[in-house]
Design a protein around this ligand. Structure first.
Ligand code: ADP
Length: 358
């Protein structure tokens, strides 16, 4: 029977547990052996207690938990061939030739490299006499499927990544709480949200809370943004608005590429309009709490699909990433999507927005 392992890597996101649970249960249901790898690639390299057989009840009551109960860790050693060789050895010793990686673009790029180099590690183990001919044939390639866990919704190929919907809920809860106090005191609140290269959370939350102004990386501000901001805020106040909400994405820049920080925005409003302006940096609150209904379902569907991809994989299958497209779960080429994600990020960095949109 098929043996597979599942790990979570990179930044955590709400719904990762639901994906792990689904991978475990669908594997068991379909007769496959399934292992947890704890602490991401670190656990894959350490082996021993970090890689443990999963059973049906290990994942009971995990659907509702945020973060990742099997842990995640950034792991420099996996960036090296030596580290990836150790990971290969650990996997083979347990008969694991199939891997589900749940993580962001970094984790999935790493997985892609690992999978490409896998046959060379097997050759080396055979050459050194650490495995026999039969084992080397059985494990001559690694079947790999990625699932994107990221609150930023920053991966090319899927409409949504696991955790983005929940993060949006967290942001809206925070803004709704702040609106009531801002109204009482006629304050302006500058809310800083996550999303570096991808303004998804900022744009959606701005639309949802009727924000007055929005700063994101994909839409660099003209250098006179302080004038425009003040004009807009003043006009709103003139017509009776008692508060202003301004959303600043952590990656916001002006046309020169200079960062626009929430403190800068606040200082403009305080200095020029003498407003009672306050900054709230939402930070890790956005990654916290239990996953939304949408993320639980999305992650469960993606986990199930990942197992089906692995069970159907052949020696010539290329690695896949599970995607949501027009509400259908499907898979695409992992290499293609990773490449396109980095191309979009680079295009945004170089302010080539036509290319990024294409
Ligand atoms: P995310 O998956 O959230 O984007 P990171 O970029 O920090 O997070 O990547 C998580 C881990 O994935 C890294 O600590 C490293 O172990 C592995 N990784 C990332 N990029 C590579 C790479 N190019 N080669 C090998 N491993 C990588």
């Amino acid at each position: 029977s098929v043996t597979l392992a599942v790990l979570t890597s990179g930044g955590d996101s709400q719904g990762m547990n639901a994906a792990v649970r689904s991978v475990v249960r669908v594997s068991i249901q379909l007769g496959a052996n399934v292992y947890f790898v704890k602490e991401g690639y670190y656990g894959l390299i350490e082996g021993n207690d970090y890689i443990t057989k999963a059973n049906w009840y290990d994942v009971s009551f995990t659907l509702n938990l945020g973060g990742t109960i099997i842990g995640t860790k950034r792991c420099m050693e996996f960036m090296t061939k030596e580290g990836r060789m150790k990971a290969t050895k650990n996997m083979i010793s347990l008969g694991i030739g199939n891997l589900v990686v749940i993580g962001g673009d970094g984790s999935l790029s790493g997985a892609n490299i690992f999978r490409e180099e896998w046959p060379s590690y097997i050759d080396e183990l055979l050459r050194k006499g650490e495995i026999d001919e039969e084992t080397s044939k059985k494990f001559d390639h690694l079947n790999l499927v990625g699932i994107v866990g990221s609150i930023d919704n920053d991966f090319s190929g899927t409409d949504m990544t696991i955790g983005a919907d929940t993060a949006l809920h967290r942001i809206l809860e925070a803004i709704d709480s702040i609106v009531s106090t801002a109204f009482s005191h006629q304050r302006t609140f500058i809310m800083e949200v996550m999303g570096r290269n991808c303004g998804y959370l900022a744009v959606k939350s701005a639309l949802m809370c009727e924000a007055d102004y929005l700063f994101i990386r994909e839409w660099p501000q003209k250098l006179d943004w302080p004038d425009k901001l003040c004009e807009h805020v003043q006009r709103a106040r003139k017509y009776g608005k008692r508060l202003n909400i301004i959303i600043v994405s952590e990656g916001a820049v002006d046309l020169n590429g200079t960062a626009i920080t929430s403190e800068m925005v606040k200082n403009v409003l305080v200095d020029r309009l003498q407003q009672d302006a306050r900054v709230t940096v939402l930070g890790h609150v956005q990654r916290g709490g239990s996953p939304s209904a949408f993320d639980r379902i999305l992650a469960s569907r993606m986990g199930a699909h990942a197992v089906l991809c692995l069970l159907e994989a052949t020696k010539t299958s290329e690695p896949k990433v599970v995607c949501l497209n027009a509400n259908t779960i499907e898979h695409q080429s992992l290499m293609k999507c990773v490449k396109s994600t980095f191309e979009i990020a680079n295009a945004i960095e170089q302010k080539d927005f036509d290319k990024a949109l294409k």
